[in-house]
Design a binder for this molecule. Sequence first.
Ligand code: PGA
Length: 253
Amino acid sequence: MKKISKPLIIANWKTFPATIKEATSFIKALEKKYTAIKHLPPYLIAVPEAFIGTLSTITNQGVIGAQNISGTILGASTGETTATQLRSAGASFAIVGHSEVRARGETQDLLIQKIELSLLAGLLTVVCCGEHDRDEKGAYLKELEYELSTLLSHLDSKLYHNLVIAYEPLWAIGKDVSATSKECFEVIIALRRALANMVGIDVAKKVRIVYGGAVTPDNAEEFLTEGGVDGLLLGRSSQDVASYLSILSSQAQ
Ligand code: PGA
C-alpha cells in the first residue's frame, strides 16, 4: 500500500461521476498533470463504491477510498458492504460519519461501530464531525469535544494511528461560505485537546485533523498554512480536474 503522508488532501466525490468511463478519464487526466508536479504525496479520492475496484487498479499516484462502510460484519445484512470487503476491493481509506450519511439516519451508536470496524479492517478512517450552528458563547466547541469523546473513547489507543478527524462545520458543507482559517484553528485546538484528554498528548499529536466545507482553490492554501490542519476534505472542488489539481499543488509550496 502507498504511504499516506501529510498533508492529506482528500476528495469526496459523493455520487460524481455518472459512469465508470468518466471516472477513469478523470483519473487519467489528473495523473498526467500530477506527475509533472514534484514532491507530492499520493492524493486520496473517496469514490462511489461501485468504482472502487476498477479505480484502485488504474491509479498510480492516488489512493482510493470509500465514502461510507457498513456497521455490520458478515451476516444477514442485504445490501451492506463491510469494511473488510471494501479493503479487499481496493479501498485504502474510508470516510465515516459524513453529515449527508448522518442525515439519512445514521445514529451515533451505528457510527461508533463503523469507526471501530473500519480501523480494525486496517483502513485509514476519516471520522467527520462539525457543528450545525455557532453560538456567540462558544458552546459549540464544548459540544464538539463531547461528540468526539463519545465517538472515540471506547477505542483502543493502538488503533489511533489510522485515525483522521475531519472537522466539517455543517453550515459550510455544500455552501458558498467556508469557515475562516482563524475559526478553523480555534476548533482544531479544541479537538486536539479533547483527543489529548482521551489518549494522552503523544497519541493525540499524531492524529491527523483536516478541514472540510466549501474549500476552493482560493482558500485551500490559507487553511493549510494558518488553519492548523493536516489536510483538507474536498467536495465540489474535487469534481473538476483543474480545481482539484490546483488544491493538490498547494502542498508543493
Ligand atoms: P464541499 O463539500 O467542499 O462541496 O462543501 C465538503 C464535503 O461534503 O465533505
